[in-house]
Design a binder for this molecule. Structure first.
Ligand code: ZN
Length: 404
């Protein structure tokens, strides 16, 4: 098997002749200690932590950082001057109240992300390919533009689709530019493939939302190739872990991000066990985080990868609240379903507003098999359909429910 591009990227960036577990962990320990001493020197948010540790194992004795602390302390968490900050991402996760989480990046932080993206994308993209990018475009250093720069650095052609386009518009872009690959969320891709039928698309990287098993299986059947899932979040400067040619989990960019999996009491779990994903962003210049609890659930795939890369692998990352993911996984196994919106009715039944050629009874039966009472209505798909959700998929509460 071809050597993973991530391995090559890390060796080049860090000046290492070869990537071994020992070399990677020595780098992580050095970075962790540099970070702890930077915090002390600058009187940062983490100034109360020890100025250094003797081993990576000692990380588990340090306190966690929560999403609430991140929301309340963004300026205190910043380790550079405001002038060095290239981009601020802020936002409130749906369903929560209180101050928005703000995350800052420097030019160097963003360039690291572009390099990591390019390594991941090169696993399925060749020079001259066109790549349809169905991710948000929100300014010069937004996610969409960072992906474009990574694609262009490989000699491939980015096609800026963005999010919120209709199926007809996306099909038009696909006919016009004949993209070989797609980068975007999984459910919109499955809906597009089902709407278009045959197309030039044959490979895809899915990210930005959960990757339910039934959805991925449906996409892989239509593309005729295995998917390249990616996991990232704003807290890790958007790029975190990406799939190699072995398709056996997502390799973490461990030169920049240290990952732990913990149980609900905060105890570190061994590789192979599922628990909450905790990240330490070792080499972020603007806003490094120490032991940040992501609220996402994942496991580390134990043992070495067939591709030879020694970076550890994350398997299927889920949100802690995964009802929508379970529904998506089951319902999208029905081949006629293009998309649907789910809400919880006042009587506790699920209300499904679906698009496609599936029958309402089939959707209701699939929900019943998961233990949910449901009432569904189905509309035929049209060229003007723009998707049931503008971003991440979630079950809405009764107040927002549309009568069925
Ligand atoms: Zn691998």
């Amino acid at each position: 098997m071809r050597r993973s591009a991530l391995d090559k990227y890390i060796c080049e960036l860090e000046g290492l002749p070869a990537l071994s577990r020992e070399a990677l962990e020595a780098l992580q320990l050095r970075r962790l200690n540099e970070l702890l001493s930077r915090e002390k020197a600058r009187g940062g948010f983490y100034r109360g932590l020890p100025a250094g540790v003797g081993s990576l194992a000692e990380l588990s004795a340090l306190p966690f950082t929560t999403a609430e602390e991140l929301s309340a302390n963004a300026p205190g968490l910043l380790l550079t001057s405001q002038a060095e900050v290239e981009r601020i991402i802020s936002g409130v996760t749906s369903g929560t109240t209180g101050p928005a989480k703000r995350v800052f990046y420097t030019r160097r932080d963003l360039e690291h992300t572009v390099g990591f993206f390019a390594a991941g994308i090169s696993e399925f993209t060749s020079p001259g390919d066109s790549v349809l990018i169905a991710m948000p475009f929100s300014g010069p250093d937004g996610l969409g533009e960072l992906i474009c720069r990574a694609v262009a650095s490989l000699g491939a052609n980015p096609v800026r689709a963005g999010v919120g386009r209709s199926l007809g518009e996306l099909a038009g872009l696909t006919r016009r530019f004949s993209p070989a690959a797609y980068i975007g969320m999984s459910v919109p891709l499955l809906g597009l493939l089902r709407y278009m039928g045959r197309s030039s698309l044959s490979r895809a990287l899915v990210s930005g939302d959960a990757c339910p098993e039934g959805v991925c299986a449906g996409i892989e059947r239509l593309l005729g190739t295995r998917l390249f899932p990616h996991y990232g979040s704003r807290e890790m400067c958007l790029g975190g872990a990406v799939t190699c040619a072995a398709h056996s989990g997502m390799h973490i960019r461990e030169n920049h991000i240290l990952v732990e999996i913990v149980d609900k009491n905060g105890r570190v779990l061994p590789d192979g066990e599922r628990g909450e994903l905790v990240i330490t962003t070792l080499d972020m210049e603007a806003m490094p985080l120490i032991r940040y609890r992501t609220g996402d659930v994942a496991r580390i795939v134990p043992g070495p990868c067939a591709c030879g890369c020694v970076c550890r692998r994350l398997e299927r990352v889920s949100r802690a609240e995964d009802v929508m993911e379970r529904l998506d996984s089951a319902l999208f196994r029905l081949p006629g379903l293009v998309d649907y919106r789910a809400s919880l009715g006042p009587d506790g039944a699920l209300l499904l507003d679906a698009v496609g050629s599936v029958r309402a009874g089939q959707l209701e039966e699939a929900c019943a098999a998961l233990g949910f009472a449901a009432r569904a209505k189905v509309r035929p798909v049209s060229a003007g359909f723009r998707g049931s959700y503008p971003g991440k998929r979630s079950l809405t509460e009764a107040a927002a429910a549309q009568p069925v």
